[in-house]
Design a protein around this ligand. Structure first.
Ligand SMILES: NC(=O)c1ccc[n+]([C@@H]2O[C@H](COP(=O)([O-])OP(=O)(O)OC[C@H]3O[C@@H](n4cnc5c(N)ncnc54)[C@H](O)[C@@H]3O)[C@@H](O)[C@H]2O)c1
Length: 356
């Protein structure tokens, strides 16, 4: 059996999800890992039995044994490492967000086209089981035309600190970090209509709330609360060329009673609540129906989502499938995210012309 030889760049928190999924895949051999924190790379190498350990991405990319890489480093490295990996002839699975700016996104897209290699953006929620269930209903036309979607991803205490809170390395706060997941998921389920305009607001009101006691929260591998120059809350109205709209709000910190992840889409024949639990709303014989799919899981599960995303990437590397999250979608997402930041800074709606 031909095996895909994988290298993982970045050995922090999310690398474990990638490594678990690769390690359990019968057609994969983990051959290399790299982190500028060499000890961290060595620890993951020991845990997963990876023979080659590096502290620089360029060293890993120079290893001709490596067929494909996962890029699991800070956002400010995604474009540079993606382009270098493609130019070294590797297939690439790049964590979300694709990068930090539209210009970088277009450079990565050009490199993908030049290289002819597989490139998958880590929009892991597209690969979740509930997303796949819902897509069957959408693709069969059961929801009709989807004209509205609404997504909230609100953390009341969830600024991960470290690089996540440093705009230079992250590109922004909750909008680019967690907003990207829910905006992309809605957009994907809506059939990826072309974006016409965005109107966004960002707020820097509460800071990271690192003073709060008695409540734990997710922290970056190198947690540091001393620097925080990202927004703590953002909201936006995104309008598409087909007239559909998407409303979104996201936060790292907020005076909310509880965390809230709610995603819904609405069409002419039916609607669906995607999170916190998949349900489909429709009408039959003049009766409104709420359909509850019978499935093991009705909300997004990280471990199985990553296994599914990585299994799909491996199939693409072996030439058996096309990615569900191509670079073009990463570019469109960067247009939306950067447009929202631009709109918030300018205090006005940003419209996209046809050239972008
Ligand atoms: N898909 C998801 O649900 C999900 C969840 C969390 C994070 N992420 C993404 O994964 C990426 C990593 O996030 P994380 O939570 O693992 O962060 P992390 O800080 O825990 O780990 C990142 C690692 O990258 C290393 N690194 C940074 N720059 C490097 C460089 N130039 N060369 C070598 N190593 C370098 C750091 O030393 C660190 O160990 C981010 O892009 C983030 O947006 C995705």
């Amino acid at each position: 059996m031909k095996k895909v030889k994988i290298g993982v760049i970045g050995a922090g928190s999310i690398s474990s999800m990638h490594l678990d999924a690769y390690a359990s895949h019968p057609e994969v051999e983990l051959v290399a890992i790299c982190d500028m924190n060499r000890t961290r790379a060595e620890e993951q190498a020991a845990k997963y039995g990876i023979p080659n350990v590096y502290s620089q991405a360029s060293e890993l990319l120079a290893n001709s044994e490596v067929d494909a890489v996962s890029i699991c480093t800070w956002n400010n490295t995604h474009a540079e490492f993606s382009i270098a990996a493609l130019e070294a002839g590797k297939h690439v699975l790049c964590e979300k967000p694709l990068c930090q700016t539209v210009e970088q996104a277009l450079e990565v897209e050009a490199a993908v086209k030049r290289s002819g290699r597989v490139f998958q953006v880590g929009f892991v929620r597209r690969y979740g089981e509930t997303t796949r269930i819902l897509r069957k209903f959408i693709d069969a036309g059961d929801l009709g035309d989807i004209y509205y979607a609404k997504a909230s991803y609100l953390r009341r205490l969830g600024n991960p600190g470290g690089w996540f809170a440093d705009k230079e390395r992250s590109g922004g706060g909750p909008l680019i970090d967690i907003g990207v997941h829910v905006i992309d998921l809605c957009w994907y389920l809506m059939g990826r209509p072309k974006v016409r305009s965005v109107l966004g607001s960002t707020y820097y009101k509460l800071g990271n709330r690192s003073n709060v006691k008695h409540l734990s929260f997710y922290q970056a591998a190198d947690y540091d609360a001393s620097k925080n120059d990202v927004e703590d809350m953002a909201n936006a109205l995104i309008r598409f060329e087909n007239g559909a709209t998407l409303m979104v709000d996201v936060s790292f910190t907020l005076h909310a009673i509880k965390n809230d992840t709610t995603i819904s889409i609405y069409g002419t024949k039916g609607g669906a609540q995607v999170e916190p639990e998949l349900q489909i709303a429709t009408e039959k014989h003049d009766v409104m129906l709420n359909l509850l799919p019978q499935a093991d899981r009705l909300s997004f599960d990280f471990a199985s989502g990553f296994r599914s995303e990585i299994a799909h990437f491996v199939s693409c590397c072996l030439g058996r499938a096309e990615t569900l999250s191509p670079v073009e979608d990463g570019v469109e997402m960067m247009k939306i995210l950067c447009g929202i930041y631009e709109s918030a800074a300018a205090g006005k709606e940003i419209r996209f012309d046809d050239n972008l």
